[in-house]
Design a protein around this ligand. Structure first.
Ligand code: GRF
Length: 200
């Protein structure tokens, strides 16, 4: 079987990266790119023998040359899908356009509620009774692209951001690998704002 070539971009812990590596059978993570030399994701790449490149934003004069370096690496590894997994930077519209509907992201809320940073705290502060996570294609906005999959979890009265995040994270580790599996099966069709999932 020809496996889909995936490039993962991460900035931190890397638990979604690990879930993708462990759970997606029809795709292969060819390279991990981190923008942060201290990202814990680097150790996970080592554990699974996946090439890891550190592209430190501080070493580049501007966003354009920083992204150019990322693109060079993605091209070198012939990446067909880019998975953002806790990547803490907004990609330029040029970058997004270049890989149109070939970039996915996972966000820890039920979009379009609570985009941006600290989504779990935003949900708690608002007082919602359910929250969850969303896998979406990336467009030029922040957490605004067409939604692929969502999963719902309850918000409990005694939740704090940590307990809610942990409950949501369990679901992230299920739906992100599943979304990539569907993409690798060519089953995701973007139709305006809607992503249709083709039957097999
Ligand atoms: C996750 O909560 C994800 O939804 C958000 O950033 C966090 C990354 O966690 N985009 P990890 O690095 O995958 O463990």
């Amino acid at each position: 079987m020809n496996k889909l070539k995936v490039g993962v971009l991460a900035s931190g812990r890397g638990s979604n990266f690990k879930a993708i590596v462990q759970k997606v059978d029809n795709a292969r993570v060819e390279v991990l790119i981190v923008d942060n030399p201290d990202a814990r994701a680097i150790a996970i790449a080592k554990e699974f023998d996946i090439p890891c490149k550190v592209v430190d934003r501080k070493k580049f004069d501007d966003k354009f040359s920083f992204e150019r370096e990322i693109i060079n690496i993605l091209e070198l590894y012939k990446v067909e899908l880019i998975a953002l997994a806790g990547f803490m930077r907004i990609l330029s519209s040029n970058f997004v356009e270049r890989f149109k509907w070939k970039i996915m992201n996972i966000h820890p809320s039920l979009l379009p509620s609570f985009p941006g940073l600290n989504a779990q705290k935003q949900a708690l502060d608002y007082g919602v009774k359910v929250s969850g996570c969303t896998v979406h294609f990336v467009d030029a906005g922040t957490d605004t692209g067409p939604i692929i999959l969502q999963s719902v979890v309850p918000v409990l009265d005694d939740d704090d951001p940590e307990t809610l995040s942990a409950r949501i994270l369990e679901e992230e580790h299920k739906i992100y690998p599943f979304a990539i599996t569907l993409f690798a099966q060519n089953r995701l069709i973007v139709d305006g704002r809607k992503v249709r999932i083709k039957d097999v």
